[in-house]
Each structure stands twice: as C-alpha cells, then as structure tokens.
Design a protein around this ligand. Sequence first.
Ligand code: NAP
Ligand code: G4F
Length: 325
Amino acid sequence: MRTALVTGITGQDGSYLSEFLLDKDYKVVGLQRRSSSNNFSRIKHFLNHPNLIIEEYDLTDPSTTNRIIQKYQPEEFYNLAAQSHVGTSFDQPTTTFEINSVGVINILESIRNFSSHTKFYQASTSEMFGRNYTLKDGKKYQDENTTMLPQSPYGVAKLASYHMVQIYRSSYNIFGCSGILFNHESPRRGENFVTRKITKYLANLIKNKTSEKLYLGNLDSYRDWGHAKDYIEAMYLMLQQKNPSDYIIATGETHSVREFLTKAFEYFNLDYNNYVVIDPKFYRPSEVDYLLGDPSKAKSILGWNNKISFNELINDMIISDLNNA
Ligand code: NAP
Ligand code: G4F
C-alpha cells in the first residue's frame, strides 16, 4: 500500500484529494494544524476510514516536518496547506510568506535530507501571473511560458516556492512538481471567497428570507473557474509521471465575477442589482484583472480534462448551500 502525506486536509482541496487517494487504496496521512476548536467539517464523513491517519502539524515548524517525513517516508507528498486568501495576504504579508514560502522550503529540505525518493506536489497558482498574459492571435491567456509578475503578497510567496521546487528538482534531483492551478471552487470552498460568498448568501436569502444585502468588491475581474473535484485528479496524475514537471490546470474559459453573480441570481429568477452593494472594503490594493489558462500541456501529457462546466459548478454550489441553509 502506498503512503501519501497531505497537508491542508481540512481545506477544500485537501479534503477532496484525501478521499480520492483513499479510494485508490492509499494510506493517507492527513496533516492538520492544531486548532482550539474543531475544524473537521469537510472531512468528518471519512474520518473513520481505516487507512486514514491524522497528525498534528504546522507548516512553519521545521522540526515537525522532519519528524513526520522521517516517520512515514511517504511515496507521495501533496502540499496543499497555505494561507490561501489573496485579500488577507495584504493584511498579513509576513504570515503569508512564512506559511506559503518558508513552509515549503521546510518540506523540501526534509525530503532532501530524510526521504529523497518522495515525490512532491506543490500547490502553485495562477495568482503568480499577476496582470501578465501572453497575447497570440488576438487572444489573451496564460500558459507555462507566460512570465510571472505577481501583484499580491500571496502571489509573491507562491512564486518563491514555485522557484524553490524547480531548484530542488534541478540541484538535488527531487521529484517535485508544481500544479499552476487556476481558481477552482466547490461546495467545500471557503466562505470568504467570492463564489461561495454569493451562493451562501443566495441560499440564506431564499431559505431564511433575510433582508440583508450582499456586500462585494470588484465585479469586473475575470477568472478561469473550474471545479475542485476535477483539479485534484490532475495533482495525482502529475506524481504518476516518469519525469517531474510543472503544469497549468485550467478550464480554458474565463468569466467575470459579474457573470458568476448574474448566473447565480438567475437560478432563482432574481436580479442581483436589487441585492448587491459595492463595499470598497473588499477592493484589493492591487488587483489581478484577467486570468485564462491554457491547459494544453496537461491535456496532452497527463491526459487530464476538465469535466464539470461553469454552469454545473454554479448549480452544484447553489444546491449544496440550499441543502445546508
Ligand atoms: P483552503 O481551503 O484555504 O485550505 C488551506 C489549508 O491549509 C487548510 O486546511 C488550513 O488549515 C491549512 N493551513 C493553513 N496554514 C497552515 C499551517 N501553518 N500549517 C498547516 N496547515 C495550514 O485552500 P484550498 O482552496 O483547498 O487550496 C489548496 C491549496 O491550493 C492552497 O495552497 C492554495 O493556496 C492553492 N491554490 C488554490 C486555488 C483555488 O482556487 N482553490 C488555486 C490555486 C492554488 P485550517 O483548516 O486550520 O485553516
Ligand atoms: O474568490 P477570490 O478571493 O479568489 P482569488 O483572489 O482569485 O484567489 C483564489 O484563486 C487563486 C488562483 O488564481 C488562488 F491561488 C487563491 O488561493 C484563491 O483560491 O476573488 C476572486 C475575485 C477577485 O478579483 C476579487 O477582487 O473576486 C473579487 N471579489 C469581489 N468581491 C471578491 C469580493 N473577492 C472576495 N474574496 N470577496 C469579495 O467580497
């Protein structure tokens, strides 16, 4: 039985990936940071799985990282833990850098010193491109060759760890891959990301007849939004290849926040203009305006394909939030 370590198991992607690996008969060691209150809501339905072990862990603590790597010597290590909110990274740049950059170096050093056969997956991000894109035949997009010019402390920290993975690959022959994932959402998405904020608000509006308004920031940025269930499969595929590499994972479609909002409200035949208030509090000091990924490399080498459409994603999130409201 193969062993996989998954950091961030209590998060959106960590929860889906762990279930996926357990279904493939892996032993999964889920690394969870200590909390004074229970944050198992995304994993409680499989917490009793016989092949799941939960270990307490903090990415910023190198001695714990060393101890856990030495103890399990895993075949695969998926690093999904992060301070993952871009807006928050402007308020907490040092914490963001500690977790999203220094934390990754801690893991890479542990693998180099104690478990060099371990294949490593790093959760990189389209936020690393910032406002940059490639322009070809009148189309703006980002692919593996697009220059990265991050616009947020989060993007900078993720770019540092992306380069670190490349350095450990070329200098020490570590099997390290970065998945450059574009935005992906699901019913398990954190409630302060824009998509979930919208679907949760709508469910509350319909079920509880609230008269509260929905406060949002910039509606004119574009994102390439996929479903987390599709994207975790790409992470697994990257570590099954003969050689390590970095891959864009995206749908190849882009939509504005306004479009997401319009479609979500139309589900209930409502006009968002009657409910949404723009609050400058949610504007960022620097915004990423336009993301559209070209996943051709992942399609041809990994055989990966996005299956869940933009409309299906919105419906899945709305229905789930309605059931929970
Ligand atoms: P998420 O739901 O915010 O989950 C983040 C996880 O990291 C949580 O389990 C969190 O634990 C854990 N964590 C945070 N700080 C930690 C620390 N110091 N030590 C140990 N664990 C810590 O994020 P996600 O959406 O699943 O994203 C997964 C990864 O992909 C992240 O690295 C994110 O930056 C990256 N990414 C996400 C997207 C996207 O659109 N979702 C796109 C590109 C890249 P708690 O539960 O205790 O908070
Ligand atoms: O949902 P968001 O916070 O996602 P963002 O900033 O694109 O970051 C997500 O995707 C990245 C990949 O590109 C990941 F690396 C990262 O970890 C995270 O998962 O914001 C999306 C857009 C932004 O343009 C934001 O300014 O929505 C805009 N927005 C408008 N009103 C809002 C709000 N964002 C949030 N969070 N809350 C609002 O009220």
